[in-house]
Design a protein. Structure first.
Length: 306
């Protein structure tokens, strides 16, 4: 195998990147139901402070004909060209905690070499844990909280949060291979699979992005702003509910899915210590508020924080 370092250009000297941080990975490509991963990636890059650490080489990893870049044609000439991107970033969450973010397109080629490159970053930067997210369509209703299935070696999270534990074969994506190799070396890794209503799989479902953020928070302790996504999610669900109310066939479908969903959960109870009485994860905003209260109490008890 060729040197993995040939797949990317370093933008920041790794000596300047803090060690011991968590890594969050979200690659767009295969089976991004509800646009969960694309929304998550865009939201993090748009809302959080971040700097580029490394940029991967499109000519090595990307099939341009399968995922064509965008050009802007201005009357009689090409005025702009927007290439696809895949990079590693150093980011800060809402309260300033640092983490590494691997995001962009899923490589079309050289998966083993790409995986080796990711593992080299993890080793050189002494990454504390790796968390990644993807989403698949499932026959579940939009009227229930989005459930997740987990993979990896974080037994505590899998036991408390994984709603569905199948034995099955499934098409892999590049981060499956990364997870598999990380398990081989004993690195803490967990993958969250969001189970998205199949009839919303081809839309941008904002609640899917909220659930992705909450899942990452549960695995890493990072805090993300979600107010705007939640508001978009409420508006989206209101429109869906209106369509269901005016379509008897769709209403019957949703009712059937609700019955099956509730029956499954009744037979397979899963009460996570991370969830509230209704079985939902606390919002990132609620976690942030609790953390701020805790820090305020510490200052009151111990004097000014250093």
């Amino acid at each position: 195998m060729q040197n993995p370092a040939g797949l990317y250009d370093l933008i920041t000297d790794l000596a300047e990147v803090p060690t011991g941080l968590p890594l969050v990975a979200a690659l767009t490509g295969f089976a991004d139901a509800g646009g969960a991963v694309s929304q998550l990636s865009e939201y993090l890059l748009d809302t959080l402070e971040h700097t580029s650490v490394a940029e991967f080489n499109n000519d090595e990893l990307l099939d341009y004909r399968a995922r064509r870049p965008t050009i802007y044609f201005d009357q009689d000439h090409i005025a702009d060209y927007t290439p696809s991107s895949l990079g590693l970033y150093l980011a800060h969450d809402e309260i300033g905690q640092q983490f590494l973010l691997l995001t962009g397109y899923e490589p079309d080629f050289q998966w083993e070499r790409f995986t080796a490159a990711v593992l080299e970053f993890i080793d050189r930067l002494q990454v504390r844990s790796t968390t990644w997210v993807h989403a698949i369509p499932m026959p579940v209703p939009h009227t229930r909280p989005i459930s997740v299935t987990l993979s990896g070696n974080r037994a505590d999270l899998i036991e408390s949060m994984s709603i569905w534990k199948p034995r099955t074969q499934a098409p892999a994506n590049a981060l499956h291979l990364v997870e598999y190799r990380l398990q081989e070396v004993g690195h803490p890794v967990v993958g969250f699979v969001l189970l998205i209503p199949h009839y919303l799989a081809d839309t941008e479902f904002p609640i899917a992005a909220v659930t992705a953020l909450e899942s990452v928070s549960a695995a890493t302790g990072l805090i993300f702003p979600t107010d705007s996504l939640r508001e978009s999610g409420r508006e989206f669900l209101a429109k869906i509910d209106d369509q269901v109310a005016n379509n008897p066939e769709l209403a019957k479908l949703v009712a059937t899915l609700e019955e099956r969903h509730d029956s499954y959960l009744q037979d397979n109870p899963l009460r996570s210590p991370l969830t509230d009485i209704d079985g939902e994860l606390p919002s990132a905003d609620a976690i942030a508020a609790e953390l701020q209260n805790f820090l305020a109490m510490r200052r009151d008890d111990d004097g000014p924080a250093i």
